[in-house]
Design a protein around this ligand. Structure first.
Ligand SMILES: Nc1nc2c(ncn2[C@@H]2O[C@H](COP(=O)(O)OP(=O)(O)OP(=O)(O)O)[C@@H](O)[C@H]2O)c(=O)[nH]1
Length: 913
């Protein structure tokens, strides 16, 4: 565990100028993780956190790197394992090992002396000079725990030149008394801070190019406490890596920009920015592909471009809340107009204008999007661009749109409220808008000078704070009370604004002496903003080199924009996927509906064939009756006609079948022809209805944007414009509705057209009833002759026998025989009738068969042709939707993957705090 005093020491060392802290720990991973998190919090970007050997923990806490000990994994392996831009340092104890580590891909080496003390100057020189030029890595001189303060003190000056930096155990910076005893350490923390500060001085001395001797003296001066015998009771040790001797002189405490480690650190941040930019570009490309119409897309493009820019601070608030005054006070000069009437009508971005630059840019330019860019020579604008907006309650629609468009790009939103009317309706509404972009908001309660007492101030602050925390779901929103007017007056009074701006002004004594400055509380506000963005221990001219939350916010701005757009894209893609699935389901339903259509049609067709069969059946039974009636011995006209050679009846008709046509056929053929024609029309209408319906249905389920060339068929075009847009296919019209069918002109035409080509109708027409009648006639004649002939023969014998009667007994016998023969012939008559009926029934049956078979073939072919024609159109649509679905699913998979990468990136940037 890291004792509080140890953390204090690290803090002191970092404040004094240490640029990295190496955490070594043989504790459990959990304890080490805890310690690393604590250190990370403490360092807040002011110095890099490096972990000894623990890549996993380094990655988990978002540390800047690891130092690999000789017992740790080799650099090449660590390179493979690492995630993100972690620095990889290697601990070595010889110049050769340092060179090898460089070749293996280490980011830097910590070179220790073979005896655990500081390395020899010659080794350092060798380690640096023997590296391949071009990508030489820093060589840091490291002192082991066994190194005595005395030898450190002695050796340091000679190592200042060849080393790129120093790394020493924290306990070497700590008085022995404190190390020996934990309790004593707590009380001695003031001393240890003094020691660390001394080392800080040493580092600064080196940085500023002072002689090493002076540096050594600085150590000597401050180390009046006993340096010897130092050892830490803590199992987690921390070491401070120091700045190199070659840094450029700066006037601030931290040797910014000069340290090799810091350079590396910046490189690692820059590589993080590069990585983020690459990811965001992938996101933008995906969004352009899947949602090109998305209005907010340019926001993301802008945010990516702005990654390289300085912070963007957007100032919002109601009109008259004092936005312009606050901006003027920040800039230190009355650049913007203020007043009780709305003064800011346009949105303007304030950017830095270098007064010394020979290339003067115009002070005010209006961009194509309506935005004004104002260039002002205010130092603060080197650090940030400030966007001044019209009051949230008075802005016009266009300005509102521009303001709202600008909010997502902001790295920080300054919400200026007037202390006399904090958080009005319009402000609350605007805050809700801001919330969706997850912006960091600082609430500036202006005009506190108008409040009568401190109590009133705290009441307003807590009102704003509680409302803001509810709305933004924050634990403790930043709410700062100021008097912009008093601050501006004070700044104008001492003329400090122009020269230093916010960075130095809050420390400016001159300013402090101005009446009203303290009361304006502006110093605290500026310090807060500055610490927040840049960090408390440094000065920099670029967001990339600063601590604080600046880098994190800068990195997060486009990530949050991307996140919001990705969420919108997810909703959109899922909608499109559901639509494509719906289309496929609708097309799949066509197959089922067609199968149902087939079944219904075949059932109906079967019923219609049955009607035909029964028509023929009725004719057969009428024929049976006719035969029964005709083929009788009592049918004297027929009998005599046949017996006496006259086969023609009175009207010249055949004897037996003269009334057959009228009694048996009696309109059967007409009925049959009508039935068959109706069947044909029924078939044509139903099939054409289906085709029409599906042509229209499929038109509706066509891929949006696909050409309609496949619907060139005139029937489809007609159908498209027809009203058959129902969601379910037309019911198959039954043949019983023939009247309905025939009632429409279209159906009548269909009937005629269908009749023209119908094979079943041809089969009906082919049947020659006359031939059937002839056959019947023949049969009847034969039957009559066969029967009546025998009877007459018998009677003839009878006559003969009568003449013989007189003559003898034989005649009587002959008569009996003849009577018997006649009897047998008459007995055969029913059999004959059955035979004839059977023959006619067979002929009629064959006829019915030929008609119904033709009907069945016709309906099967037509239904088959209809379904296959529809299915032929369904297939390409299905394929197109399937392809579309796959493409959407692939886009969604890519989106999900990128969204996950964004999450990882967000976590990493969040860890930057
Ligand atoms: N008492 C007091 N008045 C202030 C303070 N700051 C600004 N004012 C006054 O409030 C009025 C409005 O100030 P501006 O800075 O113009 O306000 P704004 O929000 O920029 O207004 P618009 O640009 O019109 O949206 C001016 O009369 C200022 O002098 C302050 O701290 N205290």
């Amino acid at each position: 565990e890291l004792a509080p005093q140890l953390l204090d020491q690290v803090n002191d060392a970092v404040t004094a100028g240490a640029t990295a802290v190496v955490l070594d720990g043989s504790d459990s991973a959990a304890a080490l993780y805890e310690a690393a998190v604590k250190l990370k919090e403490l360092l807040r970007e002011r110095a890099a956190l490096l972990l000894l050997d623990r890549l996993d923990i380094a990655a988990a806490v978002g540390a800047e790197g690891v130092v690999l000990s000789p017992t740790g994994v080799p650099v090449v392996v660590a390179r493979k394992m690492q995630q993100g831009p972690l620095l990889l340092g290697q601990m070595v104890s010889s110049a050769e090992a340092a060179v090898a580590a460089a070749a293996d891909g280490a980011s830097f080496v910590l070179l220790q002396g073979a005896d655990g003390g500081l390395p020899q100057a010659s080794d350092l020189t060798a380690a640096r000079s023997q590296q391949r030029s071009g990508n030489a890595i820093p060589v840091i001189a490291a002192a082991g725990a066994s190194c005595s303060p005395a030898s450190l003190q002695q050796q340091l000056p000679s190592l200042a030149a060849p080393a790129d930096g120093f790394c020493m155990p924290l306990q070497l910076l700590q008085p022995a008394a404190a190390a020996a005893d934990a309790a004593a350490a707590a009380t001695a923390s003031a001393d240890s801070a003094a020691t660390s500060a001394a080392v800080g001085v040493l580092l600064q001395a080196l940085t500023e190019g002072h002689t090493p001797e002076a540096a050594a003296a600085a150590v000597g001066d401050s180390s009046s406490a006993d340096w010897s015998g130092s050892s830490s009771s803590s199992s987690s040790g921390a070491a401070a890596a120091a700045a190199p001797p070659s840094g450029s002189a700066t006037t601030v405490k931290v040797p910014a920009g000069g340290s090799a480690l810091r350079r590396l650190l910046n490189a690692s941040k820059e590589s993080m920015i590069a990585e983020e930019r690459k990811l965001l570009q992938q996101v933008a490309a995906l969004l352009e592909e899947v949602a090109p119409q998305m209005d907010e897309l340019p926001l993301l493009r802008d945010a990516i471009t702005n990654l390289d820019d300085v912070f963007l601070v957007v100032v919002v608030g109601e009109f008259n809340s004092g936005k312009s005054t606050v901006i003027n006070a920040l800039l230190g000069e009355k650049f913007l107009a203020d007043g009780i009437l709305p003064t800011t009508n346009e949105i303007s971005v304030l950017k830095y204008a270098d007064p010394a630059s020979p290339k003067q840019q115009p002070e005010l330019v209006q961009q194509s999007d309506g935005l004004f860019v104002r260039r002002l020579p205010a130092a603060l604008l080197r650090e940030m661009n400030i966007v001044d907006t019209p009051g949230t309650n008075v802005i016009l629609e266009r300005q509102q749109r521009l303001t709202e468009e600008y909010v997502p790009r902001a790295d920080l939103v300054l919400f200026v409220l007037s202390a006399d009317r904090p958080l009005s309706e319009s402000e609350l509404a605007f805050l809700k808008y801001i919330r969706q972009w997850r912006k960091k908001v600082v609430f500036v309660v202006n005009k506190v000078d108008m409040l009568d007492s401190e109590e009133e101030v705290s009441q307003v602050l807590s009102f704003v704070s509680s409302n803001a925390s509810k709305l933004l779901q924050l634990d403790s929103p930043a709410v700062l009370p100021i008097s912009g007017r008093a601050a501006l007056k004070a700044k104008l009074g001492c003329g400090s604004g122009q020269s230093g701006g916010v960075l130095d002004s809050w420390e400016d004594e001159l300013l402090s002496s101005q009446p009203g400055w303290q009361k304006s509380r502006f110093g605290e506000f500026e310090k807060f903003i500055y610490d927040f963005l840049v960090g408390s221990a440094g000065s920099s001219s670029s967001s990339m080199r600063s601590g604080g939350e600046g880098l994190r916010l800068k990195l997060q701005t486009p990530l949050f924009v991307a996140d919001a757009l990705m969420e919108a894209a997810r909703v959109r893609l899922q909608g499109e996927i559901a639509a494509a699935e719906g289309e496929l389901a609708a097309l799949g339903a066509v197959r089922r509906q067609l199968a149902k259509f087939k079944v219904e049609m075949s059932k109906d067709a079967e019923a219609q064939r049955q009607v035909c069969i029964s028509l023929v059946g009725e004719a057969i039974s009428r024929n049976n009756k006719y035969v029964d009636k005709t083929l009788q011995l009592s049918n004297l006209p027929a009998l005599t006609g046949y017996l006496f050679g006259s086969s023609k009846g009175a009207a010249g008709m055949p004897v037996a079948s003269s009334s057959w046509e009228a009694e048996v056929v009696s309109g059967t053929f007409d009925q049959l022809a009508k039935q068959v024609a109706e069947h044909a029309a029924w078939l044509a209408t139903n099939c054409s209805n289906q085709l029409d319906y599906y042509a229209s249905y499929l038109q509706q389920h066509r891929m949006p944007g696909s050409s309609s060339s496949s619907s060139s068929n005139s029937k489809q075009q007609q159908a498209t414009s027809s009203s058959s847009n129902g969601s379910s296919p037309p019911e198959t019209a039954g043949s019983g509705s023939s009247a309905a069918l025939a009632s429409s002109d279209a159906a009548a035409a269909a009937m005629a057209a269908a009749a023209a080509g119908s094979r079943s109708l041809a089969a009906v027409a082919d049947f020659k009833p006359d031939a059937a009648r002839m056959l019947l006639e023949e049969e009847l004649r034969e039957a009559f002759l066969g029967t009546a002939g025998s009877a007459a023969g018998a009677q003839g014998l009878g006559l003969l026998a009568a003449s013989w009667l007189k003559g003898g007994l034989e005649d009587l016998l002959a008569l009996t025989v003849a009577g018997l023969a006649s009897y047998v012939a008459v007995l055969n008559l029913p059999l004959k009738r059955a035979d004839i009926k059977g023959k006619v029934a067979r002929v009629a049956g064959n006829f019915a068969d030929s008609v119904t078979t033709a009907m069945a073939e016709e309906s099967d072919t037509a239904v088959e042709a209809t379904t296959s024609q529809v299915l032929q159109q369904v297939a390409p649509l299905e394929a197109a939707w399937q392809a579309q679905l796959q493409q959407l699913q692939a886009s969604e998979a890519r989106r999900a993957q990128l969204a996950e990468a964004l999450q990882v990136m967000e976590k990493r940037t969040a860890n930057l705090q």
